[in-house]
Structure formats: structure tokens, C-alpha cells
Design a protein around this ligand. Structure first.
Ligand code: MCN
Ligand code: MOS
Length: 764
């Protein structure tokens, strides 16, 4: 720490620089209502679209009578499977060609309950809603397969690329002195972000502007451009604020295609807001999963084999894989391993991504099973995890970059008071409450896709940073400002960050918990370039007051260009820019590899996930890690479970802003509590329909369900993982929470619940 002129401190982790606990810069705008969300955008002449859904899950539309709707007041257009425009099939998010044939946003073939069958567009929302109710649809109905548990669903289709095997797992399991074999299940779970999906679509000739909450404006703009056969540059998505996404706002969806189509046909801007109920069927959440796990071990608890056979439901018309082997294959040191997975087509909307797709249900199975093994061999649940600690990646057989999981167990256990646990189930109680202590680990990979950022230093002493990357509440605005502030020496309140607009420099998806690492990396690079240019001008410009200075002696701090100590106060950047007659210094930088910088490679990098690097690429295996310690209180008579205390220790490498990372961790843990105890899409088996399609019946935790959550960072900077040393934050914390709670419930009650959520009827 250096002190200049007695007050300004250099090298201090002040709130405004990287590593500081700056509060969210978008917070005041959100709290005061100044932040305007997609559907709040006011636009002249806007008309309203309302979706109509199928009431059956399987069959064909035989007739659709739209005449009453068309004659209804204010109605401008009714879109049906018979009159929609056939769009061009678009490249998938993975970068592979889309399905053959045209893209049909509506079809007469019904494959799930709640499938869109028509859209009504009218002058007002009320008129569109009233007219939508007048549409009469009749169907040739077929028997639907309601879900994974439907006998007719069968075993499904093997997904060969999910197979992970080494050693001879089946034989080693058969010969193991101790064996645990059980089935673990998770139900359909939904993203339910508070801001429902929707958009405003406006055409100006062949230029399409969309106000739509998006986790990935560039990727979605590509889909829209391809569907409507427009140049990519003609599509602009504006998404500065997003009311949560949790994985559900990364891809273009059929309802949006219909709104855009209607706007074109009518030559009027169209606004479409899904209802809350429609957010359960307009896109899918986490598919239901089941997995059998066989754990073979020595009598001392050393793992000899893991055999996993998993399945997740998918739609009749598309493939969704929830990788159940994701955690199973890397968590423990095991000489024999086999994981295989099937997908089972059922009559449901295509499942999507929900916070830690794969890792989440994977950890649910494994971290429950290892707990069962701990009791079977009679050792402590933390001990058994340390006994089987993987010193390197057991699957890729390469070293970890960093793995602070041992530290997480030690630090978390200490803070929780784990050593005071009495090992026997049902041995701790407080009156009528059975008390249980449980533990589980979690992990999430470090994903890497290059990013791009623009830095602009302006003559008024402020700086602008721009990128199409988004902030849906994670903190992107804030950490980007901190990064730029640290490099440019411009105070954070003089930095304006612009995000969420596909007209800005490109960025990959805010998904897979990668955006923080890649955007801070890109901003750091662009800001360094701007800083170099500023100092270069200070040394060389004919009008610069520093022309006589030696190279490498100038610094920039707190908005001033400073000479070496003792040689004066320096000059404010604003004054300097004026003196040299410059309005701005602008640097655009990306973190693309040299050979991918131009043309199609560059375009694909930002508009597909084709270029995302595997966490094992580059010789190290890159992952974040965590350990959750939970106390539950179970009412012995009623079977109600309360999480009364939780301590989690997490390794996400270096934190760019600990306050925000802790908030991410708490948010994820709360979602984990919901998953463990409350969340479940309840399927009416007769109609293959999710019936609790609203926030009164689809239960998520409220404040009274959540105790004080202690979160502790045990990470260390990891420069294999990212330029600035951070690892994944966003999805890590949900992983392992549900099994930690189930393990605590077992400790409290002696009952092993292997099917989520842990509701009271399963306990009494
Ligand atoms: N962070 C940090 N230090 C790091 C990494 C991250 O301080 N080394 C903090 C930053 O505040 C950063 C945040 O954690 O903004 C999340 O960073 P990261 O893990 O890179 O995740 P992304 O920015 O890519 O965000 C996506 C991630 C995902 S995939 C889901 S799902 C999810 C999540 O973020 N959905 C969310 N968190 C969410 N939070 C909110 N409020 N709303 C959602 O929909
Ligand atoms: Mo997160 S489910 O990867 O958007």
C-alpha cells in the first residue's frame, strides 16, 4: 500500500476496484423503477399478441374455428398452423445445422399440453385476450405419455456420447465387499424467473428491432436473422435489464417468432407477454431424471467402483440431455467407473437449461449415495469424502488447476461445528424436533468462450465500457466497472457500462457461469490498451505537459495522470485530453485466438457455443468446488422439514466482487433449498399436463423457509482458469444442496428419501 499526498491510497482493495465489495451499480435504478425492462418500453402504435395453447398433450388438430375471434372487436390478425409463414430452419445453439425443412412456429401435430396453437393480435391486450377465448379447436386425440414414470415411456434411447467408462466397473461392483445400490429421482423443475418471457418486435423495412430479455443477445439475434433470412446486422436485440433467466432466456422461442411474424404482416410493432402459466409450457425447465447408482467399496469405505445408469425425459420432437454423469465422473478417486445415459421421449415441451443442468441432478445421486455408503461402513460423512478425495481429475487423468475442496470441508466443517455431531441417526433432538446434520459436495466446470469489449476514455474524464454481454442480476455491470476502474485509474462512479444490446461489441452467452471470467478478461485487455494509449500520448503528444517525462514513469490513478512521486500532482485525464485536443480514446479488444479473430470464426464464436473450450482443454481440469453443511429440524409428528442452519464453503477461485459472489452463492443455495423441499412440476397423469403452473402452487422458498446462510470463500486465484484468476460462480452453489439436506433428513429421522422434493408425506 502506497500513500500519496497523505490521502490517496494505491493498491488498496477499495470497493471500486477488482476484489472490492462494491454494491450493484444497477441497484438504485432497479429499486427506484428507473430500470426499464423489455416490455416496459413505450412505443408508438404498438399492438398486442396473446397466445392460445393446446388443451391436449398428444394428437392432431382436426379443426380450428377462428371466425368469431377474427370478428371480435379490435382483432387485427389470427395466426394458426395453416396461415403462418414458413421460416428457415436456424443453426442450433451448438453451432450445428438446424433440423431439415422449414421452421414452423405452429403445427397441427400436438406433442405436449400447452403447445401454442394460435396467436391473436389486436389493438389492445384486453381485445386480444377476449378474442383468444373465442377460438375453438377440436383434436384427434391420442394417448399421451405423461412422463418418465409412464410404463409406456420405456427405457428410452441410449445417448452414446454420454457414456463414460474406465476399468471394469460392473465386475468390480459385483465383487466389492460393500455395495450400495439405489435409485435417485428428481421431478420436473421450472426456471420461473420473476420477469416472465415476452418481447416487443418492430420492423423498419428489413431492419428488425426487438426489446426482449435475453441471456444472449448475439446468439438469439442469429436465430432471428436466420429464421427471417435477414443479414445478422439487421437484427437488434435490446436487453439492458432482465428480471432473471436461470437458463431460460438464452434461446429464441416459437412465441417470439410469431410476434415478429405478426409485426411484419401488420407493419405495426407487436408486444407479446407470456402469462405466468404459459411460462411453464412455452419453454422447458429441468427435465425429470432418474438414476440408479451402484457404489462398491472396501469395508473401510474406499471406493472400488461406481456404476451409474441414468435417464432424463425429453420431448417427442427434440433432444434434451441432462448429463447425469457430470459430477459422478470427477468427484471421487475410483478405479472402476461406468456411467451411461438414456433419454426418454414423453409428451412434454422440450426441456431446457436450469441452473447447473447436469451437475445438479448428478450431485443429487452421487452425494446421496456416498452418504449411504458412509453409514454402511460406519464412518463420518466428511471422512469418507476425504478418504476418496480425487487428487487429480479421475476421468481426464490430468491435474486440477486448483481444487480447494479439502479446505472447503475443513473451513465449512469448523464454522458449522461438525465435530460436535453425534453420528447415529435420530440421536439429536430438541423437544419434538428431530435434528439432523448433513453434508454434501458440489462442483461446476469453468467454461471458456472468448469475449469482446470496447473501452472509451472521454474528454470529460469519464469512461464508457460497452459489450452485448448481459446482466440479469449477477453483477456484470458492477464487475466490469471495477475491472475498468482498476486498469484505467478512473473512479468507478465515472465509468458508464453499457450492456445487453446486440449493436454493441459481441459477447457469448451469460450461461454456463462463464460471463464474469470472460468479460473481465476482455475489458481488462481493452482497458490496458486504452491506458497504454493514454500514457503514450502523455509521453509523446506535442501539447502534453509530460513530454519531458521518462518512459515507464507515468501512472494513472483516481482519474489523474501522475508523474513520479514528488514531481507534482499530475493532471486530471479530462484536462489532459483537452490540452492535447482529443475527444476520446477508444480501444476494442477481444480474447479470441489469433487464428479465429476474423470472419466466420469470429461470428460463430459469439453466436453459437461451438467455440466454448472444454474444462479439460489445456492440460488442467478446471472446476469450482463447494461443500454444504446443513442442519434440519424435522417435526416428528408432522414430518415437516425446516432448514435451520447452513454453512457453505466455496471455491470459485479469485472473486471479482465478494459481495456479489456471496449473493450469487446465497441465491443458488436458496434455489437448492427449494429443490430439496418444495419444487416439483406436478403432472396430471390423465392429461399429461403440469397442473401447478403458477407461483402459488409451484412452490419456491420464501424468506421464512431460509435461515441465515453463511457462505465462506476458500478459493485462491487460478490463472489457468481465467486471466484474472476467477472460476465459475453462478451455478456452483445450487450443486449439492439437495443431497446435503436429504442427508441431514436421514440423520434426523433415519429415513432415506431418494426422490425429490422431500415432502412430509414421504417422511410420515
Ligand atoms: N463473480 C465474482 N467472481 C468470480 C466470478 C463471478 O465475483 N470469479 C460474481 C460476479 O458478480 C458475476 C457473478 O458472480 O457477475 C456471476 O458470474 P458467473 O459465474 O460468470 O456467471 P454468469 O455471469 O455467466 O451468469 C450466468 C449464471 C447462470 S449460468 C445462471 S443459470 C444464473 C446465475 O448466473 N442465473 C441467474 N445467476 C443468476 N443470478 C440472477 N440474479 N438471476 C439469474 O437468472
Ligand atoms: Mo445457466 S442454466 O447456464 O443459464
Amino acid at each position: 500500500m502506497t500513500v500519496i499526498e497523505g490521502k490517496i491510497k494505491r493498491g488498496d482493495a477499495a470497493d471500486g476496484v477488482l476484489g472490492g465489495r462494491l454494491s450493484r451499480l444497477d441497484g438504485p435504478a432497479k429499486i427506484t423503477g428507473k430500470a426499464s425492462y423489455a416490455l416496459e418500453h413505450q412505443i408508438e402504435g404498438v399492438v398486442h399478441a396473446v397466445m392460445v395453447q393446446s388443451t391436449i398433450a398428444a394428437g392432431t388438430i382436426s379443426t380450428m374455428n377462428i371466425s368469431a375471434a377474427e370478428a371480435s372487436p379490435g382483432v387485427l390478425l389470427v395466426l394458426t398452423p395453416d396461415n403462418i409463414t414458413q421460416l428457415k430452419s436456424a443453426t442450433t445453439w451448438a453451432g450445428t445445422p438446424g433440423p431439415e425443412g422449414p421452421y414452423l412456429a405452429l403445427t397441427n401435430e400436438i406433442t405436449f399440453s400447452g403447445q401454442h396453437v394460435a396467436a391473436v393480435i389486436a389493438e389492445t391486450l384486453e381485445q386480444a385476450t377476449a378474442a383468444a377465448a373465442l377460438i375453438e379447436v377440436s383434436y384427434d386425440e391420442k394417448q399421451a405419455i405423461f412422463g418418465l414414470d409412464d410404463e409406456r415411456a420405456g427405457e428410452g434411447i441410449a445417448v452414446e456420447k454420454m457414456t463414460i467408462e474406465w476399468g471394469n466397473a460392473e465386475q468390480a461392483l459385483a465383487e466389492a465387499p460393500v455395495r450400495i445400490e439405489a435409485e435417485y429421482k428428481t421431478p420436473r423443475e421450472y426456471n420461473v424467473p420473476i420477469e416472465p418471457h415476452g418481447l416487443i418486435a418492430k420492423w423498419d423495412g428489413d431492419v428488425l428491432t426487438l426489446w426482449e430479455g435475453s441471456q444472449w443477445v448475439d446468439g438469439m439475434a442469429r436465430s432471428y436473422a436466420e429464421w427471417f433470412e435477414l443479414p445478422f446486422e439487421n437484427v437488434r436485440i435490446i436487453s439492458p435489464y432482465i428480471g432473471g433467466g436461470f437458463g431460460s432466456k438464452a434461446l429464441s422461442l416459437p412465441h417470439a417468432a410469431l410476434a415478429i411474424m405478426a409485426a411484419r404482416k401488420l407493419a405495426r410493432p407487436v408486444k407479446l407477454a407470456l402469462t405466468r402459466a404459459q411460462t411453464f409450457t412455452a419453454f422447458g425447465g429441468r427435465p425429470a431424471t432418474r438414476q440408479t447408482l451402484g457404489l462398491g467399496a472396501t469395508k473401510e469405505g474406499k471406493l472400488l467402483s461406481i456404476v451409474q445408469r441414468g435417464a432424463n425425459e425429453t420431448a417427442m420432437t427434440g433432444v434434451a440431455v441432462e448429463p447425469l454423469g457430470a459430477v459422478t465422473s470427477i468427484m471421487y478417486d475410483v478405479p472402476n467407473f461406468s456411467s451411461r445415459q438414456n433419454i426418454v421421449p414423453v409428451h412434454t415441451v422440450l426441456p431446457g437449461a436450469l441452473r447447473a443442468p447436469g451437475e445438479n441432478p448428478s450431485a443429487w445421486g452421487l452425494e446421496s449415495a456416498i452418504d449411504e455408503l458412509a453409514y454402511a461402513v460406519g464412518i463420518d460423512p466428511v471422512e469418507i469424502r476425504l478418504l476418496n478425495y480425487a487428487e487429480r481429475d479421475p476421468h481426464a487423468k490430468i491435474p486440477w488447476s486448483t481444487r480447494q475442496l479439502r479446505e472447503a470441508f475443513a473451513v465449512g466443517g469448523e464454522a458449522f461445528g461438525w465435530s460436535k455431531r453425534s453420528p447415529k441417526p435420530r440421536s439429536m433432538r430438541d423437544g419434538n424436533a428431530l435434528i439432523g446434520w448433513g453434508v454434501a459436495a458440489g462442483t461446476y466446470p469453468v467454461r471458456r468462450t472468448p469475449g469482446e469489449a470496447l473501452v472509451r476514455v472521454l474528454a470529460d474524464g469519464t469512461a464508457e465500457i460497452a459489450s452485448s454481454g448481459i446482466d440479469m442480476g449477477q453483477g456484470t455491470y458492477t464487475i466490469i466497472a471495477q475491472t475498468a476502474s482498476e486498469v484505467l485509474g478512473v473512479p468507478v462512479d465515472k465509468i458508464h457500462v453499457k450492456l445487453g444490446d446486440s449493436a454493441l461489441p459481441r459477447a457469448p452467452v451469460a450461461g454456463g457461469s462463464q460471463l464474469a471470467n470472460l468479460m473481465t478478461g476482455a475489458v481488462h485487455k481493452a482497458a490496458l490498451a486504452a491506458r497504454d494509449e493514454l500514457i503514450g500520448l502523455a509521453l509523446n503528444d506535442v501539447n502534453s505537459p509530460f513530454r519531458e517525462a521518462q518512459a515507464n514513469t507515468l501512472t494513472i490513478f483516481e482519474g489523474r495522470i501522475l508523474p513520479p512521486r514528488g514531481e507534482g500532482d499530475g493532471v486530471a485525464i479530462a484536462d489532459f485530453m483537452r490540452q492535447i485536443g482529443r475527444e476520446k480514446i477508444e480501444t476494442l479488444r477481444d480474447t479470441l485466438p489469433e487464428d479465429r479473430r476474423d470472419g466466420k470464426d469470429r461470428y460463430d464464436n459469439f453466436t453459437t457455443m461451438m467455440t466454448m473450450k472444454a474444462p479439460t482443454e489445456g492440460g488442467y481440469s478446471l472446476h469450482s468446488w463447494c461443500a454444504h453443511f446443513v442442519e434440519v429440524r424435522v417435526d416428528e409428528d408432522f414430518g415437516t422439514v425446516r432448514v435451520s442452519r447452513m454453512v457453505s464453503a466455496l471455491d470459485s477461485g479469485r472473486l471479482y466482487n465478494p459481495k456479489l459472489a456471496e449473493s450469487q452463492w446465497r441465491g443458488g443455495i436458496i434455489m437448492g433449498i427449494g429443490q430439496a423441499l418444495l419444487e416439483e412440476g406436478i403432472v396430471d397423469e390423465r392429461h399429461a399436463r403440469v397442473i401447478n403452473n403458477n407461483l402459488a402452487d409451484y412452490l419456491v422458498p420464501t424468506n421464512s423457509d431460509v435461515p441465515d446462510l453463511q457462505v465462506i470463500s476458500v478459493g485462491i486465484p487460478d490463472h489457468h482458469a481465467s486471466v484474472l484468476g476467477g472460476k465459475a460462480v453462478g451455478e456452483l452453489p445450487i450443486v449439492g444442496v439437495a443431497p446435503a439436506i436429504a442427508n441431514a433428513v436421514f440423520h434426523a429421522t433415519g429415513k432415506r428419501i431418494r426422490s425429490l422434493p422431500i415432502t412430509l408425506e414421504k417422511l410420515i
